[in-house]
Design a protein around this ligand. Structure first.
Ligand code: NAD
Length: 324
């Protein structure tokens, strides 16, 4: 082969995924199959697993658009990443307190984040590891990056579960239902019932009590199912991965392609919806090549505001007990 032009060693759509467990490798596979990035680096502490996953992914490239994939424990491989996705995390040990686990996860980020920023000083960080809102705050503190460049995967997946369950009840495609879950990812998330609509026809116009305790149609059972579904998936198959992977890959696409799509992701919310603490929670955000450019402030009911602010206060208390 005769070489005609030099090949750039770093491309503008390079992604690094740190942590190649169930979630990280599903995200990597989803990014690869969707042809979103031109280059992807996988980083973990488990060298053998990394090598095996790298070979397995590379052997599938014949069937897809070409991309460069590398893997290793050396963060130099991640140099020049436009986006770094962090899925590395510790599982709860028997008898361990929530705070001890939070501190262990903080310690893992203390190891990872400075190295990512050292090799990609202008990167955008997308945190997936749980508890995602807390760890996005930790990553922001450790990185020194501007707030808009540190994002948590947040309630994008909760919103997707919500829309899927609503779609079954309305019998239309999930993409034709609009609905948002905001606030803390997981048990304390806040469904915005006033924003549920199909083609501009609002559920609340059809049933003003939808989602409230006076609702005879019991729409709120759908939010309860959203919360339960993560536990149910863990009980049934051990870990949630596919929906999470697709959720993260659409966020990746929005950032790398500068699409300005709106997704519910975890962002710095001090000053938003009456929050008085420096915490990260999910609200609808416009995503593009510089991270989060705008936050969409929905009109919330008193109840929704109270729940949102309560999560902020709880997070702030946990944050103040962490040692950096
Ligand atoms: P997992 O245990 O399968 O994988 C974790 C990976 O992180 C392992 O491969 C491990 O070797 C790696 N790791 C640990 N410490 C590291 C370090 N210092 N540097 C580099 N790599 C390191 O877990 P999983 O099921 O893939 O889940 C990963 C994380 O994502 C967990 O925190 C989980 O709770 C979280 N999660 C979040 C969501 C969400 O919606 N935000 C959904 C599912 C899972």
């Amino acid at each position: 082969m005769q070489t005609k032009a030099s090949v750039d060693t770093v491309s503008g759509t390079k992604v690094t995924v740190v942590g190649v467990g169930q979630v990280g490798i599903s995200i990597a596979f989803s990014i690869m199959t969707q042809g979103i990035a031109s280059e992807m680096t996988l980083v973990d502490v488990m060298e053998d697993k990394l090598k095996g996953e790298l070979m397995d992914l590379q052997h599938g490239l014949t069937f897809l658009d070409n991309m460069k994939i590398t893997a290793g424990s050396d963060y130099a491989l991640s140099a020049g990443s436009k986006l770094c996705i962090v899925t590395a995390g510790a599982q709860m040990r028997e008898g361990e307190s929530r705070l001890d686990l939070d501190q262990r996860n903080t310690n893992i980020l203390k190891d990872i984040i400075p190295k990512l920023v050292q090799y990609s000083p202008d990167t955008i960080l997308l945190i997936v590891s749980d508890p995602v809102d807390l760890l996005t705050y930790v990553a922001w503190k450790l990185s020194g990056l501007p707030k808009e460049r540190v994002i948590g995967s947040g309630t994008n997946v909760d919103s997707s579960r919500f829309r899927f369950l609503l779609s079954e009840r309305f019998d239309v495609a999930p993409t034709s239902i609009h609905g948002w879950i905001i606030g803390e990812h997981g048990d304390s998330s806040v469904p915005v019932w006033s924003g549920v609509d199909v083609a501009g026809v609002r559920l609340r116009d059809l049933n003003p009590a939808a989602g409230t305790s006076e609702d005879t149609e019991n729409w709120n059972s759908i939010h309860k199912q959203v919360i339960q579904s993560a536990y149910e998936i863990i009980r049934l198959k051990g870990y949630p991965s596919w929906a999470m992977a697709l959720s993260v890959s659409v966020l990746t696409r929005a950032i790398l392609n500068n699409t300005r799509n709106v997704y519910a992701v975890s962002t710095f919310v001090e000053g938003i919806h009456g929050v008085q603490y420096p915490v990260f929670l999910s609200v609808p955000c416009v995503l593009g090549e510089n991270g989060i450019t705008d936050v969409i402030q929905q009109t919330l009911t008193e109840d929704e505001l109270t729940q949102f602010q309560k999560s902020a206060a709880t997070l702030n208390e946990v944050q103040s007990n962490l040692v950096f």
